[in-house]
Design a protein around this ligand. Structure first.
Ligand code: HSE
Length: 434
């Protein structure tokens, strides 16, 4: 087999990890690909002290890499969705296969990119785009190809999971932990993408598309981050037997698909509740296999490089076969994807955790339980602590049974309107994942 020439664009956290891994495990990787894999050119504006590029041709112009006639595979690791899109399209125009770790690019421009690649018989591989080092794309697309997927739920942002774990376990401050995540190369260039759930939404769109053979579409995704989460809710949840995790959830229902990202209470007895730090995990419920969980490092230089290199090996092995035998990027060819309605958050059905502050006097709780009964929402658990006589208000915590979010919203509005309730009602969705 002739050697495969790789061009790497971007020498940041993932780019430097990829160069290091390709060099360190060169013989092993080439034997697995059944051909020599060589780094022919690197496109980067500046060197990265975390990797040794001595002896490798580095150019500042990444587009020179995309057009280099010697290169077979262009690896896009620059991030962002503007220049990265142009780079990938240029590489495809010039007949290169593409490997990328860029979830925002795939979520936002994947349909255009995959359609163009398919029309030109080129491969676009993106294992590293979701859950860093976990082979979730191949696991879902190839490993579960015989299954109908019921739902998936994942911790798919390492930074938020790291922040939540450090806050819950060590009582550390949000901003302090975020700084550490940035220093360790976990966080996005703009960390609001992590903490506001945008990064997780990009990844979830990709997983939902693979799971349900629907087009990539970021428009209707309900996205909420962890910035409004209060430590007292983490502690009440714990008392009730739940951990608070930032989850991406995709579920097929009779009415369409739910695709949503938000903080979620999960029972402590559920495996995913124990996934801490920068680790990610994706649970998948499917009709033949039942429930599976894919678990591992979701961010960082070497783990993400592990997925990038796996894609390079895959492309190197596959590119000499007939295109009809290739696995389509989204599991089915772009033309065979079918649009399904994405449910509005008001139409989802789940359980809820509620917390509000109510006057500590007779009849208050009964007026609240009446509102819940009127909305046909059953109360599964309730906490109200004895208070010192000097405290006028008391925290009330309620766990509900499964209900439609629109019904919960109506009950919340009525509770907030009570003169005996102070401020707003905080609520967090609860998933039992069974
Ligand atoms: N910022 C991302 C995370 C990097 O924290 O998970 C991996 O996609």
């Amino acid at each position: 087999m002739r050697p495969v020439h790789v061009g790497i664009c971007g020498l940041g956290t993932v780019g430097s990890g990829t160069v290091n891994l390709l060099q360190r495990n060169s013989a092993l990787i080439s034997s697995r690909a059944n051909c020599d894999i060589t780094i022919t050119q690197i496109g980067a504006r500046r060197d990265n002290p975390n990797c040794d590029t001595a002896g490798l041709p580095v150019v500042a112009d990444i587009f020179a890499v995309a057009k280099n006639p010697e290169i077979d595979i262009v690896v896009e690791l620059i991030g962002g969705t503007t220049v990265a899109r142009d780079l990938v399209m240029t590489a495809l125009e010039h007949g290169k296969h593409v490997v990328t770790a860029n979830k925002a690019l795939i979520a936002e421009h994947g349909m255009e990119i995959f359609a163009y690649a398919e029309s030109r018989n080129l491969i676009v591989a993106f294992e590293a785009a979701v859950a860093g080092g976990i082979p979730i794309i191949k696991g879902l697309r190839e490993g579960l190809s015989g299954n109908r997927i019921n739902w998936l739920a994942g911790i798919i942002n390492g930074t938020t999971n790291f922040i939540l774990s450090e806050m819950a376990g060590k009582g550390r401050e949000f901003s302090d932990v975020l700084k550490e995540a940035q220093a360790k190369g976990y966080a996005e260039a703009d960390p609001t993408f992590d903490v506001e759930g945008i990064d997780a939404a990009h990844k979830l769109v990709i997983l939902a598309s693979l799971a349900f053979a629907i087009p990539l579409d970021t428009i209707n995704i309900f996205t909420d981050g962890i910035t409004k989460l209060q430590p007292q809710d983490v502690s009440y949840a714990s008392e009730l037997g739940y951990a608070v995790k930032h989850l991406g959830i995709a579920r097929q229902t009779a009415e369409g698909v739910e695709v949503r990202v938000h903080p979620t209470l999960v029972p402590k007895s559920c495996l995913i509740a124990d996934v801490d730090g920068v680790l990610n995990a994706v649970m998948i419920s499917a009709d033949a296999v039942g429930k599976t969980m894919f678990y591992g490092p979701g961010a960082g230089s070497a783990p993400t490089a592990s997925s990038v290199v796996a894609d390079i090996v895959d492309v190197a092995r596959t590119m000499n076969n007939a295109p009809e035998s290739w696995v389509p990027a989204l599991g089915v060819n772009v033309n065979n994807l079918k649009k399904l309605p994405v449910l509005d958050i008001q139409d989802i059905e789940t359980s809820f955790y509620m917390r509000f502050s109510a006057l500590d006097k007779p009849g208050v709780l009964s007026s609240i339980t009446k509102i819940m009964a009127d909305a046909s929402i059953s109360i599964e658990a309730i906490i109200q602590r004895e208070q010192p006589a000097t405290e006028e208000y008391v925290n009330v915590i309620i766990l509900t049974s499964v209900t439609r979010e629109s019904a919960l919203d109506e009950a919340v509005a009525r509770i907030e309107a009570l003169a005996t309730v102070r401020d707003s009602v905080n609520f967090i969705r609860v998933e039992h994942l069974d």
